[in-house]
Design a protein around this ligand. Structure first.
Ligand code: FES
Ligand code: MG
Length: 576
């Protein structure tokens, strides 16, 4: 083997002349590889979350073939491997329960195998963070290739968006503005091509986070799934990962504090999902970067939301791509001194080199700083007696008239309790009420489901009221909207103050002051605490037990405590 090729990790599998080398190569030869693929060239794992149960990722096998073209062309050996796939729409009790499990699958698959660099095939919400987390804990060269957003939904002459219009339609159905027939017809109009949600939901947000962290090639987050330029990007990513292995451009060289700060600001500009808060905290934990909830507030506070996309605005990802895509949005940040311009990206260039000349073709979709969609976008981190360790709210998706509000709590102990009560015509609730939902956090649900944007009681909808304050320890879908306080920490299931809220308690929300206050005297709360009992899920054994015992709070990224950190890719022992 030539000296220059011996240096890669895979050489300790394939580059040997002994019995073990025979074992590693001989079985691989059953796939029809010629001799010289074992000559010490970079071996590229293509980590695929393809699954027919994850509709957003169902096209990723075809896209992986494009990656392989690029890998072969650059002189690498591509080897595709599956990992568990987490689809938002089908998995119960929530795909988020399995994010950390998939990250273990990814980490262990990379480390155990002769892989020098990895292409992460992501799409649906959790698939992106779990693959990045797993690769980060091995610290190998890695590049994200997203499946891309679906084409715009089209229904009765207008554009409709994943998720966002489902919430709207289901309220219209409740109030009779829409018939059951129309509601059913909309199903096939909303999701009509391969790809993930085409709103600025969590999938588009996490694609954008990967791109702004520097983990993906420019335009990875915005090119529609079915646009031929997505195939080109996959092809180029295949070429590039081979070079990254030769340059030893490992993930830890990209995921620096500056990269996280850039991503947080980009999240403000795009009006991104609150789920990004949890995922970025978890990434930082894997690579040992100190990042906190307060960083989110500090960095995102002055960032205006410029991208006019649902759920905050009007347009969809297809429009965003044609308008110039994420590079145009990043350029706007850089021109206003809100970007660490030297942050390195996977193509070997800085983020500023990639974005400084990006054109903006449509200033309705990618708005200017002088004419933003929301002046103070970002994510507001709230604290106070109801959330000592923090809670979050997305101002761009909230109602201005509710940003400062005091009202009586309507309390739901569990999600079942909510479903039981919310349709009750005798429920005492009006536009001043605050809906409070407990036991939906990481340990409580378990998995922290996207139930925080509780639908409003029909009797309010009938009066034309479309938003009231809602508070919970749950998450909400990135496609959802409303004045919704999420991720309350500590969660109710571990005895956070949220657990002690009773019907009629007065709660004060002041987003400008970043305050969330439960207006109940301390002595009264102590009295209630004396009779409080934890209501942890009853499932014993299996992954759920491991998860509930080890999951950290949302304010710490909701990772499993023993998965925090980077363990590297070294394995010293052979298998035979
Ligand atoms: Fe998969 Fe929205 S459901 S991205
Ligand atoms: Mg979701």
């Amino acid at each position: 083997m030539p000296e220059d090729k011996k240096k890669f990790r895979s050489a300790s599998w394939f580059g040997r002349t002994d019995k073990d080398g025979f074992l590693h190569r001989s079985w691989m030869r059953n796939q029809g590889f010629p001799d010289d693929v074992f000559d010490g060239r970079p071996v590229i794992g293509i980590c695929n979350t393809w699954s027919e149960l994850t509709p957003c990722n169902a096209h990723l096998r075809a896209l992986a073939e494009r990656v392989k073209r690029g890998v072969w062309e650059a002189g690498g050996l591509p080897l595709e491997f599956p990992v568990m796939s987490t689809g938002e729409t089908n998995m119960r009790p929530t795909a988020m329960l399995f994010r950390n499990l998939v990250s273990m699958d990814v980490e262990e698959s990379i480390r155990a195998n002769p892989i020098d660099g990895v292409v992460l095939m992501c799409g649906c919400d959790k698939t992106t963070p779990s693959l990045i987390m797993g690769a980060a804990s091995c610290d190998v060269p890695a590049i994200v290739v997203s499946g891309g957003p679906m084409l715009n939904g089209k229904f009765r002459g207008r554009d409709i968006g994943s998720g966002t219009d489902v919430w709207r339609f289901s309220e219209d159905l409740k109030t009779g503005k829409m018939t059951q027939l129309e509601f059913t017809e909309a199903e096939s109009c909303m999701h009509r091509s391969a790809g993930h949600c085409m709103t600025m939901g969590t999938a588009s947000t996490m694609g954008s986070m990967a791109e702004s962290l520097g983990l993906a090639l420019p335009f990875n987050s915005t090119i529609p799934a079915v646009d031929s330029r997505r195939s080109v990007l996959a092809h180029l990513a295949g070429r590039r990962i081979v070079e990254m292995v030769k340059e030893d451009l490992r993930i830890s060289k990209i995921l620096k504090k500056e990269a996280f700060e850039n991503a947080i600001r980009v999240n403000g500009v795009i009006g991104g999902s609150t789920n990004a808060v949890i995922h970025l905290l978890a990434f930082a934990g894997r690579v040992g970067i100190p990042l906190t909830l307060d960083d989110w507030d500090r960095l995102g506070r002055d960032v205006p939301t410029l991208i006019d996309l649902m759920p905050s605005g009007r347009f969809l990802m297809e429009d965003f791509y044609y308008a110039g895509g994420l590079p145009a949005a990043i350029r706007a940040l850089g021109e206003h001194d809100l970007l660490h311009k030297d942050a390195l990206t996977v193509n070997g260039k800085t983020i500023w080199e990639n974005c400084k000349e990006a054109p903006n073709w449509n200033r309705e979709v990618i708005r200017d700083f002088e004419n933003p969609l929301v002046a103070h976008g970002g994510v507001a981190v709230l604290r106070g007696s109801l959330a000592p360790d923090g809670a979050v709210l997305k101002p761009s998706a909230a109602s201005p008239h509710l940003m400062r509000h005091r009202g009586p709590a309507v309390v739901f102990e569990t999600i079942e309790h909510y479903h039981e009560r919310i349709l009750d015509p005798d429920l005492v609730v009006d536009e001043n009420s605050i809906l409070v939902l407990k036991n939906c956090g990481p340990k409580g649900y378990p998995g922290m489901a996207e139930v925080g944007n509780m639908g409003l009681p029909p009797k309010l909808l009938e009066r034309g009221i479309t938003d009231i304050v809602r508070i919970s320890d749950a998450r909400m879908s990135g496609t959802a909207y409303g004045t919704v306080v999420l991720h309350v920490c500590p969660e109710a299931a571990v005895g956070g103050p949220l657990a002690l809220v009773e019907e009629g308690d007065m709660i004060e929300l002041d987003v400008e002051a970043r305050r969330l206050h439960l207006d109940v005297p301390a002595e009264e709360l102590e009295r209630r605490r004396a009779s409080w009992k934890p209501s942890l899920p009853t499932m014993k054994g299996g992954y759920q037990q491991l998860y509930v015992e080890h999951v950290m709070q949302a304010s710490e990224g909701a990772d499993l405590d023993f998965l925090v950190g980077c363990r590297g890719a070294t394995v010293t022992r052979e298998s035979h």
